[in-house]
Design a protein around this ligand. Structure first.
Ligand code: FES
Length: 75
């Protein structure tokens, strides 16, 4: 079972839940005290890597869904 669940919210950020360690590209750690954080995936946040709600202002459109298992055609 996964320790962290990442959910791309419809037209919004990644919701990350679990025991989280978030580091920058140099390995420096962001202070994360909550078990749920929201990470920007629209690229417009002024507080990256965290979402600041800017995705609404820019009309970010990403209805990301996991592929569903294809039904086997009847023979
Ligand atoms: S996803 Fe919210 S500001 Fe980018």
């Amino acid at each position: 079972m996964a320790d962290v669940t990442i959910t791309p919210r419809k037209n919004g950020p990644y919701r990350v839940e679990g025991v989280i360690k978030l580091v920058d590209y140099e390995g420096n750690e962001f202070k994360v005290t909550d078990s749920v954080i929201f990470l920007c995936r629209c690229g417009h946040s002024a507080n990256k890597p965290f979402c600041d709600g800017s995705h609404k202002r820019v009309g970010f459109d990403a209805d990301t869904r996991a592929p569903q298992a294809e039904e086997t055609p009847a023979s």
